[in-house]
Design a protein around this ligand. Structure first.
Ligand code: FAD
Length: 516
Protein backbone atom coordinates (compact mmCIF):
# COMPACT_ATOMS: atom_id res chain seq x y z
CA UNK A 1 0.00 0.00 0.00
CA UNK A 2 3.03 2.26 -0.09
CA UNK A 3 2.34 3.15 -3.74
CA UNK A 4 0.44 6.29 -4.49
CA UNK A 5 -2.91 5.18 -5.78
CA UNK A 6 -6.04 7.24 -6.34
CA UNK A 7 -9.11 6.32 -4.34
CA UNK A 8 -11.66 5.16 -6.86
CA UNK A 9 -14.03 2.80 -5.09
CA UNK A 10 -15.67 2.93 -1.68
CA UNK A 11 -17.73 0.03 -0.40
CA UNK A 12 -20.03 0.47 2.60
CA UNK A 13 -21.20 -2.72 4.33
CA UNK A 14 -24.51 -2.37 6.18
CA UNK A 15 -27.75 -0.61 5.32
CA UNK A 16 -28.94 0.64 8.72
CA UNK A 17 -29.20 4.32 9.53
CA UNK A 18 -25.42 4.57 9.88
CA UNK A 19 -24.73 2.98 6.49
CA UNK A 20 -27.11 5.23 4.61
CA UNK A 21 -26.03 8.36 6.50
CA UNK A 22 -22.42 7.55 5.60
CA UNK A 23 -23.42 6.91 1.98
CA UNK A 24 -25.20 10.29 1.72
CA UNK A 25 -22.30 12.17 3.35
CA UNK A 26 -19.71 10.56 1.10
CA UNK A 27 -21.82 11.01 -2.01
CA UNK A 28 -22.47 14.68 -1.21
CA UNK A 29 -18.80 15.31 -0.62
CA UNK A 30 -17.50 13.34 -3.58
CA UNK A 31 -20.44 13.98 -5.90
CA UNK A 32 -19.96 10.79 -7.91
CA UNK A 33 -22.41 12.04 -10.53
CA UNK A 34 -20.00 14.78 -11.49
CA UNK A 35 -16.75 12.90 -10.95
CA UNK A 36 -17.42 9.42 -12.19
CA UNK A 37 -13.94 8.26 -11.18
CA UNK A 38 -15.15 7.55 -7.61
CA UNK A 39 -17.94 5.08 -7.02
CA UNK A 40 -19.82 4.38 -3.81
CA UNK A 41 -21.52 1.03 -3.33
CA UNK A 42 -23.53 0.03 -0.28
CA UNK A 43 -24.02 -3.68 0.29
CA UNK A 44 -26.62 -4.80 2.79
CA UNK A 45 -28.05 -8.10 3.78
CA UNK A 46 -31.56 -9.00 2.65
CA UNK A 47 -31.76 -11.30 5.71
CA UNK A 48 -30.15 -9.52 8.68
CA UNK A 49 -32.48 -6.86 10.07
CA UNK A 50 -31.36 -3.40 11.14
CA UNK A 51 -31.49 -2.64 14.86
CA UNK A 52 -34.72 -0.70 14.26
CA UNK A 53 -34.46 1.69 17.23
CA UNK A 54 -33.05 5.20 17.39
CA UNK A 55 -35.96 7.60 17.45
CA UNK A 56 -34.48 10.65 19.15
CA UNK A 57 -32.13 13.07 17.39
CA UNK A 58 -30.32 16.34 18.11
CA UNK A 59 -30.55 19.54 16.04
CA UNK A 60 -27.51 18.71 13.87
CA UNK A 61 -29.93 16.46 11.99
CA UNK A 62 -31.66 19.57 10.58
CA UNK A 63 -28.43 20.78 9.00
CA UNK A 64 -27.66 17.31 7.71
CA UNK A 65 -31.01 16.84 5.97
CA UNK A 66 -30.84 20.29 4.45
CA UNK A 67 -27.28 19.59 3.25
CA UNK A 68 -28.40 16.29 1.69
CA UNK A 69 -31.15 18.16 -0.17
CA UNK A 70 -34.11 16.43 1.51
CA UNK A 71 -37.19 18.58 2.05
CA UNK A 72 -38.31 18.90 5.66
CA UNK A 73 -41.96 18.48 4.70
CA UNK A 74 -41.21 15.20 2.87
CA UNK A 75 -39.22 14.00 5.87
CA UNK A 76 -42.04 14.87 8.30
CA UNK A 77 -44.61 13.21 6.04
CA UNK A 78 -42.69 10.00 5.35
CA UNK A 79 -40.93 9.23 8.64
CA UNK A 80 -43.74 9.67 11.22
CA UNK A 81 -41.74 12.65 12.50
CA UNK A 82 -42.52 14.85 15.48
CA UNK A 83 -40.54 17.84 16.75
CA UNK A 84 -38.19 17.48 19.67
CA UNK A 85 -37.46 20.66 21.59
CA UNK A 86 -35.99 19.18 24.68
CA UNK A 87 -35.52 16.20 26.94
CA UNK A 88 -37.53 16.20 30.13
CA UNK A 89 -35.73 14.28 32.85
CA UNK A 90 -38.14 13.00 35.49
CA UNK A 91 -37.14 11.51 38.87
CA UNK A 92 -33.43 11.80 38.08
CA UNK A 93 -32.44 14.00 40.99
CA UNK A 94 -34.29 12.16 43.75
CA UNK A 95 -36.41 9.02 43.89
CA UNK A 96 -40.20 9.61 43.60
CA UNK A 97 -40.72 8.74 47.27
CA UNK A 98 -38.38 11.64 48.21
CA UNK A 99 -40.30 14.30 46.27
CA UNK A 100 -40.92 15.40 42.72
CA UNK A 101 -37.96 16.24 40.52
CA UNK A 102 -37.81 17.05 36.86
CA UNK A 103 -35.82 19.33 34.58
CA UNK A 104 -35.47 20.16 30.92
CA UNK A 105 -32.36 19.92 28.79
CA UNK A 106 -33.08 22.03 25.72
CA UNK A 107 -30.55 20.42 23.50
CA UNK A 108 -28.65 23.24 21.88
CA UNK A 109 -31.10 26.01 22.61
CA UNK A 110 -28.65 28.30 24.30
CA UNK A 111 -29.59 29.47 27.76
CA UNK A 112 -30.34 33.16 27.58
CA UNK A 113 -27.33 34.64 29.34
CA UNK A 114 -27.76 38.23 28.09
CA UNK A 115 -28.35 41.05 28.94
CA UNK A 116 -27.49 39.48 32.24
CA UNK A 117 -26.36 35.99 33.09
CA UNK A 118 -28.98 34.93 35.56
CA UNK A 119 -27.04 31.86 36.71
CA UNK A 120 -25.23 33.51 39.67
CA UNK A 121 -28.45 35.21 40.78
CA UNK A 122 -30.23 31.88 40.63
CA UNK A 123 -27.49 30.19 42.61
CA UNK A 124 -27.35 32.90 45.28
CA UNK A 125 -30.99 33.78 45.73
CA UNK A 126 -33.01 31.13 47.54
CA UNK A 127 -36.30 32.59 46.29
CA UNK A 128 -35.15 32.42 42.68
CA UNK A 129 -33.70 29.01 43.35
CA UNK A 130 -37.20 27.63 43.76
CA UNK A 131 -37.80 28.31 40.07
CA UNK A 132 -36.32 25.73 37.69
CA UNK A 133 -33.08 26.97 36.14
CA UNK A 134 -34.37 26.27 32.60
CA UNK A 135 -37.50 28.36 33.24
CA UNK A 136 -35.36 31.39 34.05
CA UNK A 137 -32.93 31.14 31.16
CA UNK A 138 -35.13 29.99 28.31
CA UNK A 139 -38.64 30.45 26.97
CA UNK A 140 -38.45 26.96 25.58
CA UNK A 141 -39.37 25.10 28.76
CA UNK A 142 -42.56 27.16 28.87
CA UNK A 143 -43.22 26.24 25.23
CA UNK A 144 -42.67 22.59 26.13
CA UNK A 145 -45.06 22.85 29.07
CA UNK A 146 -47.63 24.47 26.77
CA UNK A 147 -47.20 21.56 24.34
CA UNK A 148 -46.71 23.79 21.29
CA UNK A 149 -44.50 23.16 18.26
CA UNK A 150 -41.20 25.02 17.82
CA UNK A 151 -42.22 26.83 14.62
CA UNK A 152 -45.16 28.55 12.95
CA UNK A 153 -46.88 26.74 10.05
CA UNK A 154 -45.45 29.10 7.46
CA UNK A 155 -41.92 29.34 8.81
CA UNK A 156 -39.29 28.28 6.28
CA UNK A 157 -38.12 24.66 6.23
CA UNK A 158 -35.58 23.82 8.93
CA UNK A 159 -36.13 27.10 10.79
CA UNK A 160 -38.32 27.91 13.75
CA UNK A 161 -38.89 30.19 16.68
CA UNK A 162 -36.85 27.75 18.75
CA UNK A 163 -34.05 25.43 17.82
CA UNK A 164 -35.32 21.88 17.53
CA UNK A 165 -34.53 18.32 16.54
CA UNK A 166 -36.83 15.43 15.61
CA UNK A 167 -38.30 12.19 16.80
CA UNK A 168 -38.58 9.72 13.93
CA UNK A 169 -39.40 6.15 12.94
CA UNK A 170 -35.96 4.56 12.47
CA UNK A 171 -37.08 2.08 9.77
CA UNK A 172 -38.87 4.73 7.70
CA UNK A 173 -35.92 7.10 8.04
CA UNK A 174 -33.50 4.48 6.74
CA UNK A 175 -35.82 3.95 3.77
CA UNK A 176 -35.93 7.69 2.99
CA UNK A 177 -32.15 8.02 3.19
CA UNK A 178 -31.57 4.97 0.99
CA UNK A 179 -34.02 6.18 -1.64
CA UNK A 180 -32.37 9.61 -1.67
CA UNK A 181 -28.85 8.15 -1.84
CA UNK A 182 -29.71 5.85 -4.74
CA UNK A 183 -32.01 8.09 -6.77
CA UNK A 184 -30.44 11.50 -6.21
CA UNK A 185 -26.85 10.99 -5.12
CA UNK A 186 -25.70 8.13 -7.34
CA UNK A 187 -24.99 5.50 -4.66
CA UNK A 188 -25.17 1.90 -5.91
CA UNK A 189 -26.91 -0.71 -3.76
CA UNK A 190 -26.17 -4.46 -3.71
CA UNK A 191 -28.44 -6.77 -1.73
CA UNK A 192 -26.20 -9.58 -0.52
CA UNK A 193 -24.77 -11.21 2.58
CA UNK A 194 -21.06 -10.64 3.05
CA UNK A 195 -19.71 -14.07 3.90
CA UNK A 196 -15.97 -13.44 3.97
CA UNK A 197 -13.62 -10.50 4.37
CA UNK A 198 -10.24 -11.01 2.66
CA UNK A 199 -7.12 -9.20 3.81
CA UNK A 200 -3.66 -8.89 2.28
CA UNK A 201 -0.27 -9.26 3.97
CA UNK A 202 -0.38 -5.68 5.32
CA UNK A 203 -3.78 -6.37 6.92
CA UNK A 204 -5.64 -4.17 4.43
CA UNK A 205 -9.00 -5.44 3.18
CA UNK A 206 -8.59 -6.56 -0.43
CA UNK A 207 -12.11 -7.75 -1.23
CA UNK A 208 -15.33 -9.18 0.15
CA UNK A 209 -17.06 -12.33 -0.92
CA UNK A 210 -20.82 -12.45 -0.74
CA UNK A 211 -23.49 -15.05 -1.38
CA UNK A 212 -23.73 -13.64 -4.91
CA UNK A 213 -21.23 -14.90 -7.51
CA UNK A 214 -19.33 -11.59 -7.78
CA UNK A 215 -16.81 -10.23 -5.24
CA UNK A 216 -16.56 -6.62 -4.05
CA UNK A 217 -13.27 -4.77 -4.23
CA UNK A 218 -12.58 -1.23 -3.04
CA UNK A 219 -9.86 1.15 -1.90
CA UNK A 220 -11.78 1.94 1.28
CA UNK A 221 -14.35 -0.14 3.13
CA UNK A 222 -16.82 1.39 5.58
CA UNK A 223 -18.01 -0.97 8.30
CA UNK A 224 -21.65 -0.25 9.18
CA UNK A 225 -22.55 -3.79 10.21
CA UNK A 226 -23.87 -2.85 13.64
CA UNK A 227 -22.71 -4.28 16.96
CA UNK A 228 -21.02 -7.26 15.27
CA UNK A 229 -18.37 -4.99 13.67
CA UNK A 230 -17.72 -7.57 10.97
CA UNK A 231 -14.88 -5.75 9.22
CA UNK A 232 -13.14 -3.59 11.79
CA UNK A 233 -13.16 -6.07 14.66
CA UNK A 234 -13.76 -9.55 13.29
CA UNK A 235 -11.58 -9.22 10.18
CA UNK A 236 -8.96 -6.63 11.16
CA UNK A 237 -8.79 -7.34 14.88
CA UNK A 238 -9.71 -3.80 15.95
CA UNK A 239 -9.68 -3.21 19.69
CA UNK A 240 -12.95 -2.32 21.41
CA UNK A 241 -12.65 -0.14 24.51
CA UNK A 242 -15.48 -1.17 26.82
CA UNK A 243 -17.12 1.51 28.99
CA UNK A 244 -19.30 -0.88 30.96
CA UNK A 245 -17.57 0.02 34.23
CA UNK A 246 -18.45 3.68 33.68
CA UNK A 247 -21.92 3.45 32.15
CA UNK A 248 -23.67 0.57 33.84
CA UNK A 249 -26.73 -0.02 31.67
CA UNK A 250 -26.32 -2.82 29.13
CA UNK A 251 -29.79 -4.01 28.10
CA UNK A 252 -32.93 -2.47 26.63
CA UNK A 253 -36.54 -3.58 26.23
CA UNK A 254 -38.17 -1.59 23.41
CA UNK A 255 -41.86 -1.46 22.54
CA UNK A 256 -44.17 0.50 20.24
CA UNK A 257 -47.30 1.74 21.98
CA UNK A 258 -50.47 2.94 20.20
CA UNK A 259 -52.08 6.19 21.30
CA UNK A 260 -55.22 5.85 23.42
CA UNK A 261 -57.09 7.99 20.90
CA UNK A 262 -56.11 9.63 17.56
CA UNK A 263 -56.14 13.17 18.95
CA UNK A 264 -53.88 12.44 21.90
CA UNK A 265 -51.41 15.22 22.70
CA UNK A 266 -47.89 14.68 21.37
CA UNK A 267 -45.27 16.06 23.77
CA UNK A 268 -42.70 18.16 21.84
CA UNK A 269 -39.91 16.62 23.92
CA UNK A 270 -38.51 13.24 24.88
CA UNK A 271 -39.46 12.06 28.37
CA UNK A 272 -36.76 10.21 30.26
CA UNK A 273 -37.98 8.79 33.56
CA UNK A 274 -35.42 7.34 35.96
CA UNK A 275 -36.19 3.98 37.58
CA UNK A 276 -34.48 2.04 40.36
CA UNK A 277 -32.16 0.28 37.93
CA UNK A 278 -32.15 2.38 34.78
CA UNK A 279 -34.46 4.74 32.93
CA UNK A 280 -37.32 4.73 30.41
CA UNK A 281 -37.50 6.74 27.20
CA UNK A 282 -40.90 7.81 25.97
CA UNK A 283 -41.14 9.39 22.54
CA UNK A 284 -44.32 10.54 20.84
CA UNK A 285 -44.38 10.14 17.05
CA UNK A 286 -47.34 11.14 14.89
CA UNK A 287 -48.95 7.69 14.88
CA UNK A 288 -47.62 5.98 18.01
CA UNK A 289 -45.28 6.17 20.98
CA UNK A 290 -41.86 4.54 21.10
CA UNK A 291 -41.00 3.46 24.63
CA UNK A 292 -37.95 1.63 25.94
CA UNK A 293 -36.48 0.61 29.24
CA UNK A 294 -32.68 0.79 29.50
CA UNK A 295 -31.32 -1.05 32.54
CA UNK A 296 -28.34 -2.75 34.10
CA UNK A 297 -28.55 -6.55 33.91
CA UNK A 298 -26.06 -6.72 36.78
CA UNK A 299 -28.58 -5.01 39.02
CA UNK A 300 -31.92 -6.26 37.71
CA UNK A 301 -33.21 -9.51 36.21
CA UNK A 302 -35.14 -9.55 32.93
CA UNK A 303 -38.35 -10.53 34.75
CA UNK A 304 -38.10 -7.57 37.10
CA UNK A 305 -37.17 -5.25 34.24
CA UNK A 306 -40.23 -6.33 32.28
CA UNK A 307 -42.32 -5.59 35.35
CA UNK A 308 -40.77 -2.11 35.61
CA UNK A 309 -41.76 -1.35 32.02
CA UNK A 310 -45.19 -2.84 32.57
CA UNK A 311 -45.71 -0.63 35.67
CA UNK A 312 -44.69 2.44 33.67
CA UNK A 313 -47.11 1.65 30.84
CA UNK A 314 -49.82 0.59 33.31
CA UNK A 315 -50.54 -2.59 31.34
CA UNK A 316 -49.39 -6.22 31.62
CA UNK A 317 -46.51 -7.22 29.30
CA UNK A 318 -44.98 -10.50 28.18
CA UNK A 319 -41.62 -11.04 26.48
CA UNK A 320 -43.34 -11.30 23.10
CA UNK A 321 -44.51 -7.66 23.46
CA UNK A 322 -40.98 -6.23 23.66
CA UNK A 323 -37.71 -6.40 21.76
CA UNK A 324 -34.75 -7.22 23.95
CA UNK A 325 -31.51 -5.53 22.84
CA UNK A 326 -28.14 -6.26 24.40
CA UNK A 327 -26.02 -3.13 24.24
CA UNK A 328 -22.27 -3.20 23.64
CA UNK A 329 -21.14 -0.06 25.48
CA UNK A 330 -17.85 1.57 24.45
CA UNK A 331 -16.00 2.38 21.26
CA UNK A 332 -13.28 1.24 18.88
CA UNK A 333 -9.88 2.50 19.98
CA UNK A 334 -9.17 3.05 16.31
CA UNK A 335 -12.32 3.64 14.25
CA UNK A 336 -10.14 3.84 11.12
CA UNK A 337 -7.79 0.87 10.70
CA UNK A 338 -5.77 0.65 7.48
CA UNK A 339 -8.38 0.93 4.70
CA UNK A 340 -11.43 0.32 6.88
CA UNK A 341 -13.51 2.89 8.78
CA UNK A 342 -16.24 1.96 11.26
CA UNK A 343 -19.40 4.08 11.45
CA UNK A 344 -22.49 3.48 13.53
CA UNK A 345 -22.86 0.81 16.16
CA UNK A 346 -19.72 -0.91 14.84
CA UNK A 347 -17.77 2.22 15.85
CA UNK A 348 -19.27 2.62 19.29
CA UNK A 349 -22.34 3.10 21.39
CA UNK A 350 -23.43 4.55 24.71
CA UNK A 351 -26.92 4.38 26.15
CA UNK A 352 -29.32 6.66 24.24
CA UNK A 353 -29.92 9.08 27.15
CA UNK A 354 -28.95 12.12 25.08
CA UNK A 355 -29.68 10.63 21.64
CA UNK A 356 -26.00 10.43 20.89
CA UNK A 357 -26.21 7.52 18.40
CA UNK A 358 -27.26 9.31 15.24
CA UNK A 359 -25.39 12.41 16.36
CA UNK A 360 -22.08 10.56 16.59
CA UNK A 361 -22.54 8.71 13.31
CA UNK A 362 -23.76 11.76 11.48
CA UNK A 363 -20.85 13.87 12.66
CA UNK A 364 -18.20 11.19 12.17
CA UNK A 365 -19.49 10.40 8.67
CA UNK A 366 -19.19 14.06 7.79
CA UNK A 367 -15.74 14.34 9.33
CA UNK A 368 -14.64 11.20 7.46
CA UNK A 369 -16.01 12.47 4.14
CA UNK A 370 -14.01 15.64 4.63
CA UNK A 371 -10.82 13.88 5.73
CA UNK A 372 -10.86 11.32 2.94
CA UNK A 373 -7.49 11.60 1.23
CA UNK A 374 -7.21 11.87 -2.55
CA UNK A 375 -4.97 8.82 -2.72
CA UNK A 376 -3.82 6.00 -0.51
CA UNK A 377 -0.45 7.55 0.29
CA UNK A 378 -1.88 9.81 2.99
CA UNK A 379 -4.34 7.29 4.37
CA UNK A 380 -2.35 6.49 7.52
CA UNK A 381 -2.01 10.15 8.40
CA UNK A 382 -5.70 10.88 7.88
CA UNK A 383 -6.55 7.78 9.92
CA UNK A 384 -4.35 8.89 12.81
CA UNK A 385 -5.95 12.33 13.01
CA UNK A 386 -9.46 10.94 12.56
CA UNK A 387 -8.92 8.39 15.34
CA UNK A 388 -7.68 11.03 17.77
CA UNK A 389 -10.78 13.19 17.14
CA UNK A 390 -13.23 10.32 17.36
CA UNK A 391 -11.75 9.03 20.63
CA UNK A 392 -12.05 12.51 22.10
CA UNK A 393 -15.68 12.73 21.00
CA UNK A 394 -16.53 9.39 22.58
CA UNK A 395 -14.70 10.21 25.81
CA UNK A 396 -16.48 13.53 26.21
CA UNK A 397 -19.83 11.96 25.35
CA UNK A 398 -19.28 9.30 28.03
CA UNK A 399 -18.48 12.09 30.51
CA UNK A 400 -21.66 13.96 29.70
CA UNK A 401 -23.85 10.86 30.09
CA UNK A 402 -22.08 9.93 33.31
CA UNK A 403 -22.74 13.42 34.67
CA UNK A 404 -26.49 12.70 34.84
CA UNK A 405 -25.89 9.68 37.06
CA UNK A 406 -23.18 11.19 39.17
CA UNK A 407 -25.23 14.28 40.08
CA UNK A 408 -28.23 12.23 41.10
CA UNK A 409 -29.01 12.05 44.81
CA UNK A 410 -30.98 8.82 44.38
CA UNK A 411 -30.02 6.19 46.90
CA UNK A 412 -32.94 3.80 46.47
CA UNK A 413 -30.82 1.03 44.89
CA UNK A 414 -27.29 -0.27 44.47
CA UNK A 415 -27.52 0.82 40.83
CA UNK A 416 -27.56 4.52 41.76
CA UNK A 417 -24.98 4.09 44.50
CA UNK A 418 -22.63 2.21 42.14
CA UNK A 419 -23.09 4.97 39.59
CA UNK A 420 -21.74 7.50 42.07
CA UNK A 421 -18.59 5.50 42.70
CA UNK A 422 -16.03 8.18 41.91
CA UNK A 423 -13.60 5.57 40.57
CA UNK A 424 -15.88 5.34 37.54
CA UNK A 425 -15.45 9.05 36.80
CA UNK A 426 -12.86 10.22 34.29
CA UNK A 427 -10.13 12.57 35.55
CA UNK A 428 -11.42 15.22 33.17
CA UNK A 429 -14.94 15.15 34.63
CA UNK A 430 -13.63 14.93 38.20
CA UNK A 431 -11.50 18.03 37.66
CA UNK A 432 -14.31 19.98 36.06
CA UNK A 433 -16.72 19.19 38.89
CA UNK A 434 -14.11 20.17 41.45
CA UNK A 435 -13.57 23.54 39.75
CA UNK A 436 -17.31 24.13 39.36
CA UNK A 437 -17.89 23.79 43.10
CA UNK A 438 -16.89 27.46 43.39
CA UNK A 439 -17.13 28.70 39.81
CA UNK A 440 -19.85 28.66 37.17
CA UNK A 441 -18.70 26.78 34.05
CA UNK A 442 -17.57 28.95 31.17
CA UNK A 443 -16.84 28.28 27.51
CA UNK A 444 -13.14 28.05 28.37
CA UNK A 445 -13.74 24.87 30.34
CA UNK A 446 -14.47 23.13 27.03
CA UNK A 447 -11.21 22.75 25.24
CA UNK A 448 -12.11 20.64 22.20
CA UNK A 449 -14.25 22.16 19.48
CA UNK A 450 -15.13 18.65 18.31
CA UNK A 451 -16.93 17.76 21.58
CA UNK A 452 -20.65 17.24 21.06
CA UNK A 453 -21.74 18.61 24.43
CA UNK A 454 -20.47 21.92 25.66
CA UNK A 455 -21.25 24.81 28.00
CA UNK A 456 -24.98 25.12 27.28
CA UNK A 457 -25.65 21.43 27.70
CA UNK A 458 -23.66 21.26 30.91
CA UNK A 459 -25.44 24.30 32.38
CA UNK A 460 -28.86 22.76 31.79
CA UNK A 461 -27.90 19.44 33.34
CA UNK A 462 -25.75 20.72 36.21
CA UNK A 463 -28.28 23.25 37.44
CA UNK A 464 -31.29 21.20 36.37
CA UNK A 465 -30.01 18.75 38.97
CA UNK A 466 -29.16 21.53 41.44
CA UNK A 467 -25.40 21.16 41.41
CA UNK A 468 -24.33 23.36 44.37
CA UNK A 469 -21.82 25.87 42.95
CA UNK A 470 -21.01 28.02 45.97
CA UNK A 471 -20.69 31.69 44.97
CA UNK A 472 -20.95 33.22 48.43
CA UNK A 473 -17.44 34.72 48.05
CA UNK A 474 -18.66 37.00 45.24
CA UNK A 475 -22.26 37.55 46.28
CA UNK A 476 -21.86 41.33 46.38
CA UNK A 477 -21.32 41.38 42.60
CA UNK A 478 -24.82 40.16 41.86
CA UNK A 479 -27.21 42.75 43.15
CA UNK A 480 -28.45 44.37 39.95
CA UNK A 481 -32.11 43.54 40.39
CA UNK A 482 -33.19 45.80 37.52
CA UNK A 483 -31.24 43.81 34.95
CA UNK A 484 -32.66 40.63 36.37
CA UNK A 485 -36.20 41.95 36.18
CA UNK A 486 -35.61 42.98 32.56
CA UNK A 487 -34.62 39.43 31.70
CA UNK A 488 -37.66 38.01 33.49
CA UNK A 489 -39.84 40.46 31.58
CA UNK A 490 -38.32 39.26 28.28
CA UNK A 491 -39.05 35.65 29.18
CA UNK A 492 -42.65 36.57 30.07
CA UNK A 493 -43.03 38.32 26.71
CA UNK A 494 -41.64 35.22 25.01
CA UNK A 495 -44.24 33.06 26.73
CA UNK A 496 -47.02 35.39 25.58
CA UNK A 497 -45.65 35.14 22.02
CA UNK A 498 -45.76 31.34 22.20
CA UNK A 499 -49.36 31.38 23.39
CA UNK A 500 -50.37 33.70 20.56
CA UNK A 501 -48.39 32.35 17.60
CA UNK A 502 -47.47 28.72 18.14
CA UNK A 503 -49.90 25.88 17.51
CA UNK A 504 -50.33 22.72 19.54
CA UNK A 505 -47.68 20.24 18.41
CA UNK A 506 -50.09 17.76 16.81
CA UNK A 507 -51.91 20.55 14.92
CA UNK A 508 -48.61 21.79 13.50
CA UNK A 509 -47.62 18.29 12.36
CA UNK A 510 -51.01 17.75 10.71
CA UNK A 511 -50.63 21.06 8.89
CA UNK A 512 -47.19 20.09 7.53
CA UNK A 513 -48.44 16.64 6.50
CA UNK A 514 -51.39 18.17 4.61
CA UNK A 515 -49.84 21.30 3.12
CA UNK A 516 -46.08 20.77 3.24
P1 FAD B 1 -27.82 -1.64 12.34
O1 FAD B 1 -29.13 -0.93 12.33
O2 FAD B 1 -27.70 -2.84 13.22
O3 FAD B 1 -27.52 -2.06 10.83
C1 FAD B 1 -26.58 -3.04 10.51
C2 FAD B 1 -26.66 -3.32 9.01
O4 FAD B 1 -25.61 -4.19 8.65
C3 FAD B 1 -27.95 -3.97 8.54
O5 FAD B 1 -28.37 -3.38 7.33
C4 FAD B 1 -27.54 -5.41 8.26
O6 FAD B 1 -28.34 -6.03 7.27
C5 FAD B 1 -26.12 -5.20 7.80
N1 FAD B 1 -25.28 -6.38 7.91
C6 FAD B 1 -24.87 -7.00 9.05
N2 FAD B 1 -24.12 -8.08 8.72
C7 FAD B 1 -24.04 -8.12 7.37
C8 FAD B 1 -23.43 -9.00 6.44
N3 FAD B 1 -22.74 -10.06 6.82
N4 FAD B 1 -23.59 -8.74 5.12
C9 FAD B 1 -24.28 -7.67 4.69
N5 FAD B 1 -24.89 -6.81 5.53
C10 FAD B 1 -24.77 -7.03 6.85
N6 FAD B 1 -29.68 6.60 18.37
C11 FAD B 1 -30.17 7.84 18.40
O7 FAD B 1 -29.65 8.71 17.74
N7 FAD B 1 -31.25 8.15 19.16
C12 FAD B 1 -31.87 7.26 19.94
O8 FAD B 1 -32.85 7.59 20.59
C13 FAD B 1 -31.34 5.94 19.97
N8 FAD B 1 -31.91 4.98 20.72
C14 FAD B 1 -31.34 3.75 20.77
C15 FAD B 1 -31.84 2.79 21.65
C16 FAD B 1 -31.21 1.55 21.75
C17 FAD B 1 -31.71 0.55 22.74
C18 FAD B 1 -30.11 1.22 20.91
C19 FAD B 1 -29.44 -0.11 20.99
C20 FAD B 1 -29.64 2.15 20.02
C21 FAD B 1 -30.22 3.43 19.95
N9 FAD B 1 -29.72 4.39 19.11
C22 FAD B 1 -30.22 5.65 19.13
C23 FAD B 1 -28.65 4.08 18.16
C24 FAD B 1 -29.24 3.78 16.79
O9 FAD B 1 -30.12 2.70 16.85
C25 FAD B 1 -28.15 3.45 15.84
O10 FAD B 1 -27.24 4.48 15.92
C26 FAD B 1 -28.57 3.42 14.41
O11 FAD B 1 -29.70 2.70 14.22
C27 FAD B 1 -27.46 2.93 13.54
O12 FAD B 1 -27.35 1.55 13.57
P2 FAD B 1 -26.36 0.86 12.53
O13 FAD B 1 -26.75 1.29 11.17
O14 FAD B 1 -24.98 1.09 12.97
O15 FAD B 1 -26.61 -0.70 12.75
Amino acid sequence: MADKQNIKRIVIVGGGTAGWLAACHLAKKLEPFKDSTISITLVDSPDIPTIGVGEGTVPVMKDTLRYFGISEAEFVQKCDVSFKQSIKFVDWEVAPNKGQSSFYHHIFDFPKLTPVDVTPYWLLDKTLGQTHFADLVSVQSHACALGVGPKRPNDKEYTGIFNYAYHLDAGKFTQLLSQHAIENLGVKNVKANVVDVHTNKQNFISHLTTDLPSTLTADIFVDCTGFKALLIEQALGGEFLSKKEVLLTDTAFAIQVPYDHPEQTIPPFTISTAQENGWIWDIGLQSRRGVGYVFSSKHQSDDDALQTLSDYLKRPLTYSDVRKIKMKVGYQKRAWVNNCVAMGLSQGFVEPLEATGLLMFDVTARVFANMLPAHTENMALSAKRFNQDICQMWESTCDFIKLHYYLSKRDDSEFWKDNRNSASLSDELKEKLEVWKYKIPSQFDFRYTIDSFRLDNFLYVLYGMNFPTNLSHEASKYTDVDKLNKLKYEIDQGVLFCKKHLQPHRTLLEHICRHG
